[in-house]
Ligand binder design. Structure first.
Ligand SMILES: CC1(C)CO[C@@H](CC(=O)O)CN1
Length: 431
């Protein structure tokens, strides 16, 4: 090994059964970024960044053993990239013992926003709580102050709901009921009707979402008197696919009828301004073309719309490597003043670790995923996008910048009943 190599570890979920196998697109994206930063003569003053990576299958135990192998086998690593909330939780909780920063490109769990447990964690993937200020903003825009919550009993949704409840309390939005279910939503949906819920926030994975939608159809909790908030990162035709395979009793037509008009929120992961040049010199569309080319070479049938998992999050992995390169660059400049370099880092050198932490903490650059900056808890600061399902396809309704409390609204919303559904039964006094 040349002595002007800087080594980082990469833990990518590639071939597992459960969870998110987003490493399939995120690893190629990270490798594109490595090539790009190493091609820049103005970065890392002659050092090369090398990535040593292994597959975690999105399993925390395997992720831990991959981490130990990376740390106990030379060369010494300076930092770890990781994906999947479960793996990032395990890796980030342990990494502080080696004074290693952890940059997560694919972890949405709100539990990771905790500097006490994860003092060296940063993530280019926003927390699931990033949806909540957007949901609140929409409720205020449409005058809904009485809502219900339906959630799957999974850690990520439990902690997201707790954050949503706190937001609602602050702005006096009443939560008339909070229903949760493990895998069968029938009872929970029935209880929504009992409580006369009209504006409902739904938090569940996509398989559960199909079950919920069919129950919604059966209990007629849809149409002109109801508004549903679903998560926006399901695949576009999620409510029409896999119905037989998953034992959904509703037909495609019934699912479409129940789904008509629902709203979705999601974090923006691709810079929206398609012709804005980012720090790499590419626009986000240039990045998409290069990523597609790399994935074709890896054997994916991109032109046949056969995208690998993690395609949506690929910009987060690309920008994570840029964040590392820029932070290392800043740290090198600081160390050189004392005749040191990152080659002096060891797993017991907290001083240099603190310098790297400071450098990442003050990150701010325009990446292909948009502006890359972190909160004091290492969370990605991100924009969100609002869509509505109209005539069976998603229509962009607007964007929300939580930091600036700025809602960009496109006035494209359409309501089944021709007007904004009220959040409660409206009693009309006959004069
Ligand atoms: C938007 C999604 C699908 C949320 O889960 C992330 C994976 C995880 O949090 O484990 C990946 N991105």
């Amino acid at each position: 090994r040349r002595d002007n190599d800087l080594h980082i570890g990469g833990i990518f979920p590639m071939e597992g059964e459960g969870g998110w196998q987003g490493g399939q697109a995120c690893k190629p994206a990270a490798e594109l970024a490595l090539a790009d930063v190493n091609a820049r003569s103005d970065l890392l003053s002659g050092f090369k960044l090398l990535l040593h990576s292994n597959d975690s299958k999105c399993e925390p135990g395997l992720g831990a053993s991959v981490m130990y192998n990376l740390l106990y086998n030379p060369p010494q690593k300076l930092l770890l990239l990781a994906g999947c909330s479960t793996v990032c939780t395990t890796v980030a909780e342990a990494a502080k013992m080696w004074n290693l920063m952890v940059l997560c490109y694919g972890a949405s769990s709100p539990a990771l926003s905790d500097r006490a447990r994860f003092p060296t964690l940063f993530r280019t993937h926003p927390s699931a709580t990033v949806h909540n200020p957007t949901r609140i903003k929409l409720m205020q825009k449409f005058g809904w102050s009485r809502i219900a919550i339906l959630q799957q009993a999974e850690e990520v949704f439990i902690s997201t709901v707790e954050d949503l409840e706190a937001h609602c309390k602050k702005v006096s939005i009443e939560i008339v009921t909070r229903q949760s279910f493990l895998s069968d939503p029938a009872d929970a949906v029935r209880n929504l009707r009992r409580q006369d819920a009209r504006v409902i926030v739904g938090l569940f994975y996509v398989v559960a979402a199909r079950r919920v939608l069919c129950e919604v159809y059966k209990h007629r909790l849809y149409g002109k008197s109801y508004v549903w908030f679903f998560i926006g990162w399901y695949e576009d035709n999620w409510f029409e696919t896999n119905l037989e395979r998953e034992g959904i009793e509703c037909t495609v037509e019934q699912m479409r009828e129940a789904a008509e008009g629902h709203l979705t929120t999601e974090a923006l992961m691709w810079n929206q301004n398609a012709n804005q040049t980012t720090i790499s010199g590419m626009t986000s569309e240039d990045f998409r073309s290069r990523l597609n080319e790399a994935l074709r070479e890896a054997g994916y049938d991109i032109d046949g719309e056969r995208f690998p998992e993690g395609y949506q999050e690929a910009p987060l992995a690309y920008d994570a490597v840029w964040a590392v390169a820029l932070a290392f660059n800043k740290t090198m400049e600081k160390l050189e003043k004392n005749g040191l370099s990152l080659k002096n880092f060891t797993y017991t050198n907290k001083k240099i670790a603190d310098d790297i932490y400071e450098a990442i903490n003050s990150t701010s650059f325009l990446g292909v995923s948009g502006l890359v900056a972190f909160s004091s808890q290492g969370d990605r600061i991100a924009l969100t996008q609002i869509e509505q399902l109209t005539d069976n396809h998603y229509v962009k309704l607007g964007y929300y910048d939580t930091q600036a409390d700025n809602l960009t609204w496109l006035d494209r919303e359409r309501w089944v009943g021709g007007k904004v559904p009220p959040d409660r039964t409206v009693v009309v006094n006959e004069l």
